[in-house]
Design a protein around this ligand. Structure first.
Ligand code: PLP
Length: 298
């Protein structure tokens, strides 16, 4: 977790683009965010995100700032009106923070709490206690610190929000069930400083109108993520990563690769005769964050 390895070819392209973009004489760090060179960069990044992620046309792709953590407030500010509740599935350290922030803003309810199982597993069928008609249901598809991962999306009836920060584009995303999926870039997609937000257009229309513009999804969408100066370099590198994923065979190929890599680690843990103990229950194991302990703290 946190900033992680980027493909060498992406780093080389990023290096070259610091010196010069498209024969313009100046580099990506120097181009105006309103100029044609950067407009092409952000349009390319958006288009390749849509292509590689199979993102349908009724979703908006936003490049925001403030990290995934800013979404802990952004989501309830925009989508949790007075008089309604939002349902949170509490599966780890990041949902704990999301719930705490959402409670500062509105009626955020924990409909499943993994504290008592030390977040070793995810909810079983029938264990959730959803609210009647929640404004949205919120879950985290990969629990970075505890190493659990939903093998299929949570089956909510209404609006579904997913913090996919530590697994974004590690496997295909089902856009039929999700309405808002977000991720800080630095774990899977690029450098720190960009937050990728993919939101159903219908949700933009429902979002609150009485917020400062920098905190409104709809304002960012209207301005093509250039409401203010966006993190231009981060968006550029993200675009390069999307293309790289595409060249590798897309999200299906990423998924196969990640399953194979994780299997090697889990096989070693399981064959260690108890020396290594995995934290997550085997049926909830993450392909992205493999968590284990040693026999003694030393
Ligand atoms: C890392 C992480 C975050 C926080 O990301 P920042 O970009 O540092 O704010 C939030 N959610 C999950 C699941 C994470 O893994």
């Amino acid at each position: 977790a946190g900033p992680a390895i980027l493909p060498a070819t992406v780093l080389e392209q990023a290096r070259d683009s610091i010196l010069e973009v498209d024969g313009t004489g100046i580099g990506i760090l120097e181009h105006s965010h309103r100029g044609p060179a950067f407009t092409k960069v952000i349009n390319d990044a958006r288009d390749s995100c849509r292509a590689v992620g199979n993102v349908p046309d009724d979703f908006e792709i936003l490049f925001l700032q403030g990290g995934a953590s800013s979404m802990f407030a952004f989501v309830p500010l925009n989508l949790l009106p007075e008089g309604r509740a939002a349902d949170y599935i509490h599966t780890g350290a990041w949902t704990r923070k999301a719930i705490a922030d959402a409670r500062l803003i509105g009626d955020a309810r924990t409909i499943w709490d993994g504290e008592s199982c030390s977040f070793r597993h995810l909810p079983e069928d029938g264990e959730l206690q959803p609210t009647d008609d929640p404004a949205y249901t919120y879950y985290c598809s990969n629990n970075t610190i505890y190493g659990t991962m939903w093998s299929a999306p949570h089956a909510a009836t209404g609006t579904l929000v997913n913090d996919a920060s530590s697994e974004m584009f590690s496997r295909p995303i089902d856009w039929n069930v999700h309405d808002l999926v977000y991720a800080g870039a630095q774990k899977n997609l690029g450098p720190a400083g960009v937050t990728l937000v993919i939101i159903r257009k219908g949700l933009l229309e429902q979002s609150r109108q009485d917020l400062p513009s920098m905190f409104r999804f709809d304002k960012h969408a209207e301005q093509g993520s250039c409401l203010n100066t966006p993190p231009t370099f981060g968006i550029h590198v993200m675009g390069l990563v999307f293309r790289w994923i595409h060249e590798q065979g897309g999200l299906e190929a990423m998924h196969d690769r990640n399953l194979a890599k994780a299997a090697k680690l889990y096989e070693s843990i399981d064959a260690s005769g108890g020396f290594y103990t995995g934290h997550a229950r085997p049926d909830c194991r993450s392909t992205m964050n493999v968590t284990f302990a040693c026999p003694t703290p030393e």
